[in-house]
Structures are given as structure tokens and as C-alpha cells.
Design a binder for this molecule. Structure first.
Ligand SMILES: NC(=O)c1ccc[n+]([C@@H]2O[C@H](COP(=O)([O-])OP(=O)(O)OC[C@H]3O[C@@H](n4cnc5c(N)ncnc54)[C@H](O)[C@@H]3O)[C@@H](O)[C@H]2O)c1
Length: 313
């Protein structure tokens, strides 16, 4: 048997913000698969409780803590509650994030402020409270993983989202430099287009275009992040800090025409892409068609894609 102990998280105590569904839930499931106890931190109590129960069903301790990451008071209370319940905090995944679409020449300031408040300020507030907890512990060490996006690197969504994610990547580098002296690793994980409830509004024609432009040939699923999360949370990454780990199937290589020359089927077929997304929509009580599509989940996303592809209602 190979010795995989470097990746084992048995006994580790973790929290995941925005952990109820999507990428956050995938991170929580990955950490629990590797042996960690996991607190699900989210605004959505109903779905968050259900996900925490699932973690319990995997033989780990699952805990739900309701928290809005934009509130410093709530974030500090949340970290205290997790540490009180688990005894310490070893791993924190700061994943809670939002995108509000809109033309940048028109969006109101409130929209900009909201996206920056959740994605950038919220990530900082969480990292700060988590680091303080980790610094107070013996032995002093920890792993902080901030979920950024390929939008930190390529112009992809809109200015508020892309700028917030670029901010997360650079903030991560600064925090990594500052907190290395406490044996705290701070890294980013940057996914591409991941099929989460957010993408239930993405029409099939757009998913097909993403496949065509991605060297590995399938739309990213939350499960595609399992290995990267376990790596960044475990001793396997002890000498990695300030890094932005892109998990994007090669999408941001901007290879354009090269992926069109694919001659073997991708590892994951279109029918397998939506398994976790459908699970999340079920947990949220949202109906969808056989392809996992319900345009009303995020009508603004559906409308943006319809306009881009010239689709009619
Ligand atoms: N889905 C993608 O294509 C994609 C790609 C790259 C990066 N990301 C990033 O990954 C993260 C998760 O994305 P997702 O697609 O799973 O999103 P999602 O909308 O499916 O889930 C986000 C979760 O965060 C929670 N949340 C939102 N605001 C919160 C707040 N203020 N405090 C606490 N919880 C809050 C929501 O309740 C929800 O459970 C986000 O940071 C997003 O920007 C997503």
C-alpha cells in the first residue's frame, strides 16, 4: 500500500464559509473524506444544516454556524463558536462569494459595494479572525484557503467581481508573507466555470461553448476541486504559501483553437457534469429540467447568456 499519510486530515478541525452548496459544499465534503471535522458556515440555515448533517453521515463531526461574512462581529463570533465546539481550528476555507451581473457603465455604487463587501472584505474579515485563533493555539499553525477565481486573472465577469477576486489573490500573498512566521499557510484556489446552483441558469449552448474552449473538455464540477483542497489543507502543502492554484481544465491557457482538435472523449461526459449541482438544487428545494437547468435561479445570468448567444425566450 502507498503511504498517503501526508494527505490525511484525521483529527483536523475545519470550517468552510458559504459551505451549504456548490464549491463550498464540495470543499467540506473533500475535507471530511480526508478525515476532518467540518463546520459549515453560511447565511442559508436550512441548506447549511442539511450539509452539516451530511458531513455527520460521513462519520465526521459536522456543525452548522449561521454567519454573514460581511459582519466583523458575526465572523468573530463564528470562529469562536467553531473553536469552542471543536477545541481548535486547523483549516479554514473562505469561499462565501457572490456575483452581481450588470453593465459596468450603468451599475449603481451599491452593487459594487456589495460584491466587494462579500468577496474581498468578507474574505479578509474571516482570514483575520481565523489567523488570530490559529495564533492563539499550541502548536501554532494552520491552513487558510481563499477561494478566488479565474476571473482574478482574466477579464471574465464584470468589474466588481473580477476586481474583488484579483484583490483576494493579492491579499492572499500579503497575508502569506505576514503569517508565515506563525506557521500559517495562506493560499488561493481559483476555479473556472463550476456547475453549482449559480450555473443552473447557464443554457446548454453556453455549456457546450465552455467545453469547446477548455483543453480538458468538460465543464468543471465541484468534485474537480477535491484533490486541490485536500492538498492545500494537508501537510502535503506545508512549504506552499501565497500561491494561486488554478483548477480550470486549462481554460485560462487561452489556447482558443487547440481544444477544438480533441480526438478522444473527455474523462467526464456532459451527463456526469451536473451530479452535484442537482444534489444541491434538491437540497435547496429547487426544481430543474433533465440537464439541471432552471433559468429562474439566477435570471440575470440566464438573460446575459441569452443576449450573448442571441437566444429567444
Ligand atoms: N461557480 C463558479 O463558476 C465559480 C467560479 C470561480 C469561483 N467561484 C467562487 O466560488 C465561491 C462559491 O461559488 P458557488 O458557485 O458555489 O456559489 P453559490 O452561489 O452556489 O453558493 C454560495 C454560498 O455562499 C453563501 N453566501 C453568500 N453570501 C454569503 C455571506 N455574506 N455570508 C455567508 N455566506 C454567504 C450562499 O448562501 C451559498 O450557500 C464564490 O466565492 C465564487 O465567487 C465560483
Amino acid at each position: 500500500m502507498p503511504d498517503l499519510s501526508l494527505f490525511v486530515l484525521t483529527g483536523k478541525k475545519a470550517l468552510v464559509t458559504g459551505g451549504a452548496v456548490g464549491i463550498g459544499r464540495a470543499c467540506a465534503v473533500a475535507l471530511a473524506k480526508a478525515g476532518a471535522d467540518v463546520a459549515i458556515v453560511d447565511l442559508d440555515a436550512k441548506t447549511g444544516e442539511a450539509t452539516a448533517k451530511e458531513i455527520g453521515g460521513m462519520g465526521r463531526n459536522g456543525l452548522f454556524v449561521k454567519c454573514d461574512v460581511t459582519s466583523r462581529d458575526q465572523v468573530q463570533a463564528m470562529v469562536k463558536a467553531v473553536a469552542a465546539k471543536f477545541g481548535r481550528l486547523d483549516i479554514a476555507v473562505n469561499n462565501a462569494g457572490i456575483a452581481i451581473l450588470g453593465a459596468d457603465e450603468e451599475i449603481p455604487q451599491a452593487q459594487w459595494d456589495k460584491v466587494i463587501a462579500v468577496n474581498l472584505t468578507g474574505t479578509f474579515l474571516c482570514a483575520q479572525a481565523e489567523a488570530r485563533q490559529m495564533i492563539s493555539q499550541k502548536p501554532t499553525e494552520g491552513k487558510i484557503i481563499n477561494i478566488a477565481s479565474m476571473s482574478a486573472t482574466i477579464a471574465n465577469c464584470n468589474a466588481s467581481y473580477d476586481a474583488s477576486k484579483a484583490g483576494v489573490v493579492h491579499m492572499t500573498k500579503t497575508l502569506a508573507a505576514e503569517w508565515g512566521r506563525f506557521n500559517i499557510n495562506v493560499n488561493c484556489l481559483s476555479p473556472s466555470y463550476v456547475l453549482t446552483p449559480m450555473h443552473a441558469s447557464t443554457p446548454l449552448i453556453a455549456r457546450q461553448r465552455i467545453r469547446e474552449l477548455t483543453p480538458l473538455g468538460h465543464v468543471e464540477r465541484p468534485e474537480d476541486l477535491y484533490g486541490a483542497v485536500i492538498f492545500l489543507a494537508s501537510a502535503a502543502s506545508n512549504y506552499v504559501t501565497g500561491h494561486d492554484l488554478m483548477v480550470d481544465g486549462g481554460h485560462t491557457l487561452n489556447a482558443w483553437l487547440v481544444p477544438l482538435g480533441r480526438s478522444v472523449p473527455p474523462r467526464v461526459g456532459a451527463d456526469q457534469e451536473t451530479v452535484q449541482m442537482k444534489h444541491d438544487l434538491d437540497t435547496m428545494g429547487i426544481r430543474y429540467d433533465k440537464d439541471g437547468i432552471n433559468p429562474s435561479v439566477h435570471p440575470e445570468i440566464a438573460n446575459a447568456f441569452k443576449a450573448a448567444f442571441g437566444l429567444k425566450d
